[in-house]
Design a protein around this ligand. Structure first.
Ligand code: LAN
Length: 665
């Protein structure tokens, strides 16, 4: 190519990136809610809606027919060609756990046993065993409905909550999500809470177990698990503990049991109260309500008060039907990223500041109004870390602060300081810094909600089968990078006020230690290596790494090796499950954005690779400034994908903004 032609194409690309950004910002403005955040579908996990339906049926609160019809559309749209339902909406194989629960849910919603969808589901269940092979949370849910016998699951002892606080197996040491799921489970198990029998349940027992229900030797099936549900097979250590728990369960210790379930109930009601009944996540949102239902008249007010959360927060009517979401929403997280993306576009010179101002103003309001202002009452007694100054993933009403959400919220609050009023009070910014420092783990990294409280050895007792790494709150590359970026900002904002250098150095060392031999970093909360590498490089750069730092060079080389001929990147969701790069089917906008952004920040010297990525992102934009929906890109606990519906709207803006700043230099 002649120099003149090269210049022409370079200009053409700059023009096209500018046009793309100037369509994307108004699009973000259109999608923004009045309160300043961005709404989005947070579906994906397939065990949630069935659990909700089971609760609605047991409590006689089934939704009105048009809503039921939308739920059935959801089950229909995610049913796999072989008749099964996967662990998440886009799973490449069926799961006994979710297929059984979905089957039950559709029947409870009024679908007849001869319905073609159910016939296919049943055929899959029987061809792959029976509900005896469902993963433990599936069996547990079936127990609540009387569709599985309590004798057929390992005990979930409420007495564990009476152990001395320092005991290695005390639930207070567990990752808060795990703790908050097993808490209502312990109450429900302790009480063996089961819905009263009903004709429909008798039919279901027949259909699911092909008439054998009465003759099952339940105790023998505690460890029975279908192949597809056995991601983390039970370890010997767990088997030992389970045998011990089984013996304990046989002892006649009525007063102790009462004391233990009362203790559990105290913590359940506390969790409801500090989250405005939203609860930390979707599973305890449902299980806590089951508890209140089974408490009878005593729980009626709690159930009544908590019920509103489902319609308002957890149920989402999306493009593929009505589902239950994985959290009450993802608004703080989305807003913080949208702000940084828009800032990058403006800083690059492509977008007029005035075009972005109204969007940023509203977003700032949302970030300000959703910072957590106080600690929960008596935190230590309830195994809670302080909260004041933190930011949640969703909103203040939810109330649980998270390390990386606090970091992203803090970064935005500082970046936009002085531009909009009223402002985040400076003392609350200081509280965020203190909180971030208080969360740093001994290994130098940051976990999700709390400091790591138990050893990794606890993972041997993971009873879930379908999820990996749920027992303790480990340090993660993503959380650590976000915290580092925030602390570096804190250093500029509050010079000399905090001891930050050592924390930053230890955090950077943690990230370095996570690099794989191929130069990549594994992501834990989105798919997968493009995400982890994006965070890792951002963290190392913030901590002062130069572009010729070998860790950065190797990360960049890794990404270059994965670029597709069309300029994009694409990782299949199974990368997380298999813990290795699995190439996706088609270029992915969010992943391409993370990769492009990493190349720019990492000082990639292959300009052509970055230009092809930028060009690809521009080409993929729709005429209204949006990007089309793409495969699920969020993940948790290695196996379960979850939607981040707004990633496609702001990550390309961020990456193109950064590319533009570099290209016009
Ligand atoms: C989330 C959502 C937010 C997410 C980020 C902040 C994006 C991440 O950087 C840190 C981890 C975190 C907080 C996270 C952890 C796992 C959650 C809570 C979820 C993916 C939403 C739903 C999921 C929860 C565990 C689902 C219930 C299932 C269990 C195994 C308990």
């Amino acid at each position: 190519m002649t120099t003149a032609r090269k210049l022409d194409t370079a200009h053409a690309l700059l023009d096209s990136v500018d046009a793309t950004l100037n369509r994307a910002i108004p699009n973000l403005g259109r999608l923004q809610l009045e309160r300043g955040s961005w709404p989005g579908d947070y579906g994906g996990p397939m065990f949630l809606l069935p659990m909700f339906v089971a609760l609605a049926w047991v409590t006689k609160r089934l939704p009105p027919p048009p809503r039921v019809a939308r739920m059935l559309i959801y089950f229909t749209s995610v049913q796999r060609p072989d008749g099964s339902i996967g662990l998440h909406a886009e799973a490449t194989e069926g799961s006994m756990f979710t297929t059984t629960l979905s089957y039950v849910a559709m029947r409870l919603l009024g679908v007849g046993r001869d319905d073609a969808r159910l016939v296919r589901m049943r055929a899959w269940i029987h061809a792959n065993g029976s509900p005896l092979g469902a993963a433990s949370w599936g069996k547990f849910t079936l127990c609540l409905l009387g569709l599985y016998d309590w004798k057929g699951i390992h005990p979930v002892l409420p007495e564990l909550w009476l152990l001395p606080k320092d005991a290695p197996l005390h639930p207070g040491r567990l990752w808060c999500h795990c703790r908050q799921v097993y808490l209502p489970m312990a109450w429900l198990y302790g009480m063996k809470s089961t819905a009263p029998d009903a004709p429909l349940l008798r039919e279901l027992r027949d259909e699911l177990y092909q008439g054998t229900y009465g003759s099952i030797t339940w105790e023998q099936h505690r460890d029975t698990v279908a192949k597809a549900d056995d991601y983390r097979p039970s370890k010997l250590a767990l088997k030992g503990v389970n045998t011990g728990q089984g013996l304990f369960e046989k002892l006649p210790l009525k007063p102790l049991r009462q004391k233990a379930v009362d203790e559990c109930l105290h913590h359940i009601r506390y969790e409801d109260s500090v989250t405005n009944d939203i609860d930390i996540g979707p599973v305890n949102a449902v299980l806590n309500m089951f508890v209140h239902h089974f408490r009878g008249a005593q729980g009626a007010a709690d159930l009544e008060r908590g019920w509103y959360k489902f319609d308002r927060y957890y149920l989402w009517d999306g493009h593929d039907g009505l589902k239950m979401q994985g959290y009450n929403n993802s608004e703080l997280w989305d807003t913080a990223f949208a702000v940084q993306a828009i800032e990058a576009a403006v800083d690059s010179g492509a977008v007029q500041a005035s075009a972005a101002e109204p969007v940023l103003a509203k977003a700032y309001t949302f970030i300000r109004d959703n910072q957590i202002l106080s600690d929960v009452p008596e935190p230590e007694k309830h195994y809670r870390h302080p909260c004041k100054g933190g930011w949640p993933f969703s909103d203040r009403a939810h109330g649980w602060p998270i390390t990386d959400c606090t970091s992203e919220g803090f970064k935005c609050a500082v970046d936009l300081e002085g531009r909009f009023s009223p402002e985040v009070p400076v003392d609350l910014l200081r509280d965020s810094v203190r909180l971030l420092l208080s969360w740093q783990n001994e290994d130098g990294g940051w976990a999700t909600y709390e400091k790591q409280r138990g050893g990794a050895w606890l993972e041997q007792f993971n009873p879930s089968q379908v999820f990996g790494d749920i027992m303790v709150d480990y340090s993660y590359v993503e959380c650590t990078s976000a915290a580092l970026q925030a602390l570096v900002k804190a250093k500029q904002r509050f010079p000399g006020e905090f001891e930050l250098d050592a924390a930053i150095a230890r955090g950077a060392a943690f990230i370095r230690g996570q690099q794989r031999p191929d130069g990549s970093f594994e992501g834990s909360w989105a798919v997968c290596f493009t995400y982890g590498t994006w965070f890792a490089v951002a963290g190392l750069k913030a901590a002062g790494a130069s572009n010729d730092d070998p860790a950065i060079r190797r990360a960049v080389a890794f990404l270059l090796s994965k670029q597709r001929p069309d300029g994009s990147w694409s990782e299949h969701g199974n990368s997380c499950r298999d813990r290795r790069w699995v190439e996706g089917e088609a270029g992915h906008v969010a992943q391409t954005s993370w990769a492009l952004s990493t190349l720019v920040r990492g000082g990639c010297d292959v300009r052509q690779a970055m230009d092809r990525a930028a060009e690809w992102l521009c080409r993929r934009q729709e005429s209204d400034g949006s990007w089309a929906r793409e495969p699920l890109v969020g993940v948790f606990n290695r196996t379960c994908l979850i939607a981040y519906d707004n990633y496609r709207h702001y990550f390309p803006v961020w990456a193109l903004g950064e590319w533009r700043a570099l290209a016009s230099r």
